[in-house]
Design a protein around this ligand. Structure first.
Ligand code: PHE
Ligand code: ZN
Length: 882
């Protein structure tokens, strides 16, 4: 049963260290077909200076208690107070000098565990998930990140059901038991918090390689998959080795155990988990081949493999003192995986992709009822804080530190962090202090970014006279943003002054200007100015290059300048930003004006989009990104209030149609010069060419006014990237055509046994941009392959519909909201964490016009009134209504 809402709020200011320290943990797991028996022996002592009479209070969650003993003697009666959610024991014999051994036995039912937290089974495989508070579903424990212990784990199981037995650390012993059972013992010498505990047992296929670290240590790398799937793990292995090399080169960080194991499972709440020496992954982030996975999937696997590997230092060797510090490991590790991809692929393409993610996920979160600071100060349910703000904005804050300090001093700060805090459970303050000391700078004002929620606005005004360019900057925060009061932030603004030939001009700021360091202006006041003199002509002002701060930019810049920058800013990111912002504003204004004719279909905009696709100086991946129009949700965010999603859809369609009408010949020419690729290779350059070719398919099909081109592309495709791109045009643009119906059917028949591809199929159908998709989706929820209990499948259909289908989810009659709310009500008792995550689709409900708002509110209020709602889902629903 899910825990229901008990109304408890956890506060950062209430943090206290524990009275007891757990130094070492010995565990024994006996796995049987219908239950698992767990014995946990903790060696613990009292912390110096605490009340010698205080009892030990351990966390539990729905546990079935069997017995407990202290130093080998059974305890019961008045010393012990046990419930499914807590174990309290008087421990007078434990002192600072004298350790005691507490043994606790519990009985688990992994096969009934649908929440996928704690020990559960997925396709027969035993598997654990402990972050954030899952370990307490296995045994009673001080289940918090600042209690660090070494672990030795013995796993016993039937040899046929589970020939592979894994836990954290290094393997130390294995052997036979009677009755066809066997055991393995694992030892993890690195003290770790319980959330990094893991155990896996099952009939798994390995692929294996060796890696030699730069100091000469040999590591055995193994990726385990379910039977018959290991041929799809090769790219993940390759990405793992590249990640290990990169972390040595870029940050001087080596791997530290004899083995590194990864297990891929089909039922998993998140993407993957960084358990020490035993990462557990969602199938989606390990299994690939060209026939079933897209280039986006390849990129996703590379990113997540790197991310989890990098956690070994940023997360595991240095962990978090408490869950308020979650961004200490997540923001930093996202920053590291972004840098990895930038170095391995294209820096500009990666930066554009990251900014796109930030704007489409984090900005709406930060501008709606679920907003919270990167380091929150209170929560009801920590599972609900694995958010775009903690991850993506958290990474932006690290990136700003790197921008402010420069490469050398940033690296010195990182080095100091690893040297000083290895083995610690640290805080954001600890992290910042390392950069202050190594960088010899004061970051106290900068630290406000961690406490202040909301997207700041950065306003820029420029004026030019007599060879002098004046840039006036001001910053502000939306009133009512949660966090500490709106004191000015430190905003690093990377910039360039560009001449009409597309070259950066060297210019020196006049005395009295705001601080300028190289190409970065540091705005620390509510307003400040920078003046450049002796300029031969008025330059084009390219600000916020590389998106150097996570802000909303208001730059009153002439359209001609913006179009010129889109054409010739020497910084490719600058070109993209100039164009996307301009297009976004046009779509916003067009939708507000209400007509498909009004304003939006400006020929200059279509021309700029087409020209950027033609520009052979840009790599194909970038040209594909330039051509991407802001999505409907993004346009809605730009409008901000009183949104009518039908108008948003219409205006976007109008611009697409105009590009098709005026550009088809030129776009055909681009396609012809691109040519085709012989065979499939997942490398970045090939993927970029496919991305551009596939981006052209939509306008060219619109110009044809026929599904033929897409149907041909679908038939000829020799990889999933091209196949899915073609199928999307068929199903989304020509949904009523026979060709679309045939392709959707043949895709299903070909891939119905492949779960990851079926997720794509459900997602594709859930996102057909028409209001009547709701009826289709209702039917799909009854499809034999739909399984509410599988998070990937639930996300594909319900999440795809709620976040990827603006028209149908936000239907004027409210039926979209009611259907999603109904699915959440059904999912909640099965998997509250996934239900809560899907519920965040309602986060922008207040931006819509009053009728839709009324329906959304009613659906949320109905949900809130559901008896027995989990704490996870209740927390999201209640905050969304606030
Ligand atoms: N810590 C994981 C990651 O970022 C995410 C995760 C959180 C996984 C909670 C499972 C549960 O890599
Ligand atoms: Zn992470």
């Amino acid at each position: 049963m899910a825990r229901s809402d008990d109304g408890q709020v956890v506060r950062l200011e209430d943090y206290r260290p524990t009275d007891f320290l757990i130094e070492h943990v010995e565990m024994r797991f006996e796995l049987f077909e219908n239950e698992a028996l767990v014995e946990t022996v903790s060696t613990l002592r009292r912390r110096e200076g605490t009340d010698p009479a205080s009892p030990l209070v351990l966390d539990g969650d729905a546990l079935d208690f069997v017995s407990a003993s202290v130093n080998g003697l059974d305890i019961a009666g008045d010393r012990l107070d046990v419930s499914p959610d807590r174990l309290r024991v008087a421990l007078p014999e434990a002192t600072a000098a004298q350790a005691v051994q507490l043994s606790v036995r519990t009985r688990l039912r992994p096969e009934d565990n649908t929440q996928l937290m704690g020990l559960y089974r997925t396709n027969g495989v035993w598997c654990t998930q402990c972050e954030a508070e899952g370990f307490r579903r296995i045994t009673y424990f001080l289940d918090r990140p600042d209690v660090l212990a070494t672990y030795r784990v013995r796993v016993e199981a039937d040899r046929r059901a589970a020939p592979v037995l894994l836990s954290n650390g290094n393997p130390v012993e294995a052997g036979a038991l009677g009755d066809d059972r066997h055991f393995a013992v694992w030892d993890d010498p690195f003290p770790k918090p319980s959330y990094l505990f893991a155990l896996v047992a099952g009939d798994l296929d390995p692929i294996e390689e060796r890696f030699r670290t730069r100091s000469g240590r040999d590591v055995r790398l193994t990726i385990y998959t379910e039977k018959g799937l290991s041929s799809r793990a090769g790219y993940a292995m390759d990405a793992l080795k590249r990640s290990m090399v990169w972390d040595e080169r870029r940050f001087g960080l080596e791997y530290d155990l004899d083995v590194f194991n990864i297990v891929a499972v089909g039922d998993f709440n998140m993407g993957a988990m960084e358990n020490k020496g035993l990462n557990v992954f969602n199938h989606k982030y390990v299994l690939l081949d060209p026939d079933t996975a897209t280039d986006g999937d390849y990129q996703g696997v590379e990113t997540v493999i790197a991310h989890e590997y990098f956690h070994n230092w940023t997360g595991n060797r240095i962990t978090c003192r408490d869950w308020f510090q979650l961004c200490l490991k997540e923001g930093l590790t996202v920053y590291r995986d972004q840098e990895f991809t930038s170095d391995e692929r294209s820096r500009a393409v990666k930066r554009i992709a990251s900014v796109h993610t930030l704007k489409s996920h984090q900005f709406p979160e930060d501008q709606g009822p679920l907003q919270h600071p990167v380091r929150p100060t209170r929560y009801r349910e920590i599972n609900n804080f694995y958010t775009a703000t903690v991850y993506e904005k958290g990474a932006e804050l690290v990136r700003m530190i790197a921008t402010i300090l420069g490469e050398t001093r940033f690296r010195a700060g990182m080095d100091l962090y690893f040297a000083r805090h290895d083995g610690d459970a640290a805080t954001i303050e600890d992290f910042i202090r390392c950069f202050e000391e190594a960088g010899e700078t004061d970051l106290s004002q900068f630290s406000r970014w961690y406490a202040q929620a909301g997207t700041p606005t950065l306003e820029v005004r420029e004026s030019f006279a007599d060879g002098r360019l004046t840039l006036d900057f001001s910053q502000s925060l939306a009133p009512g943003s949660a966090g500490t009061p709106t004191a000015p932030l430190v905003i690093p603004i990377r910039f360039g002054l560009v001449d009409r030939a597309g070259r950066d001009i060297e210019a020196v700021p006049e005395a009295g200007s705001a601080e300028v360091e190289g190409d970065v202006i540091l705005l620390t006041e509510p307003r400040a100015s920078v003046v450049f003199a002796d300029l031969p002509e008025r330059p084009l002002v390219s600000v916020l290059r590389g998106f150097s701060a996570p802000v909303t930019l208001l730059h009153a810049q002439a359209e001609a300048d913006r179009l010129a920058l889109a054409r010739l800013d020497p910084d490719p990111f600058g070109r993209w930003r100039a164009l996307t912002d301009l297009v976004g504003e046009r779509l916003r204004d067009g939708a507000k004006a209400g007509g498909t004719e009004a304003g939006a279909t400006d020929p200059a905009i279509a021309e700029a989009l087409i020209a950027s696709v033609e520009d052979g100086r840009l790599e194909p991946a970038l040209r594909a990104q330039m051509m991407q129009l802001p999505g409907e949700a993004e346009i809605a965010r730009l409008i901000g209030r009183d949104v009518d999603p039908e108008r948003v859809h219409a205006v976007r369609e109008a611009v697409l149609a105009q590009i098709a009408r005026t550009g088809s010949e030129r776009l055909s020419h681009v396609e012809a010069t691109l040519g085709g690729d012989a065979g499939f290779s997942p490398d970045a350059a090939s993927a970029g060419r496919r991305a551009l070719r596939n981006a052209l398919l939509l306008p060219l099909s619109l110009a044809d006014g026929s599904p033929e081109r897409a149907a041909r592309r679908y038939r000829d495709a020799d990889n999933m990237t091209d196949r899915l791109a073609a199928l999307t045009v068929l199903a989304h643009v020509f949904p009523d055509s026979d060709l679309a119906t045939q392709a959707v059917g043949s895709f299903f028949q070909r891939f119905e046994d492949d779960a990851l591809v079926m997720d794509k199929w459900f997602l594709l159908l859930a996102t057909v941009p028409r209001p009547d998709t709701l009826e289709r989706v209702e039917a799909l929820a009854q499809h034999p392959l739909f399984r509410l209990s599988n998070p990937n499948r639930a996300r594909a259909l319900i999440g795809g519909f709620a976040t990827g289908n603006q028209r149908a989810f936000n239907r004027a009659d409210g039926a979209g909201y009611r259907w999603v709310a109904e699915q959440l009500r059904r999912l909640d008792p099965v998997n509250p964490q996934t239900a809560a995550r899907l519920a965040t689709a309602f986060r922008s409900w207040r931006a819509f016009e009053p009728v839709r708002q009324g329906h959304a509110r009613a659906a949320l209020e109905d949900l809130a009134a559901t008896p027995g709602l989990s704490r996870d889902l209740a927390d999201i629903v209640v905050r969304s209504l606030n």
